[in-house]
Design a binder for this molecule. Sequence first.
Ligand SMILES: [Cu+2]
Length: 131
Amino acid sequence: MYSPFNILLMKRIILVALCAVFTFSLAYAQDGKKKSNKETLTFKVEGMDCANCVKKIEKNIAFAKGVTDLKCDLPTRTAEVTYRSDKTSEAKLKEAFKKIGMEAKTLKEGEEVQKHEGHDHSGHDHAGHKH
Ligand SMILES: [Cu+2]
């Protein structure tokens, strides 16, 4: 027979146990991240104007030292770079973009990305820009 008090106590124990499991799994997830030294940065890339520019980034930045993943988004002109922080750094990644003639700016988390609707080439000089 369970008294109302016991049922309450059991509910509390279950709740505490659930909390403990949740906290542990969170700690584990963070531990795993630390071990692989993986970080992700989103860059706003000036000069990423067409599919060829994206290809250029994919051919170069994806194979830059320490880069493990790369996702380019043409409409927002952003490149999401996942990299190993023990192999490369934000500054080195920006340098890699510079080498292919593009300026990358780190996008702060939560910063609004302006949609680049259509394909506006005004003020975009394609001279010396080999496709
Ligand atoms: Cu282009």
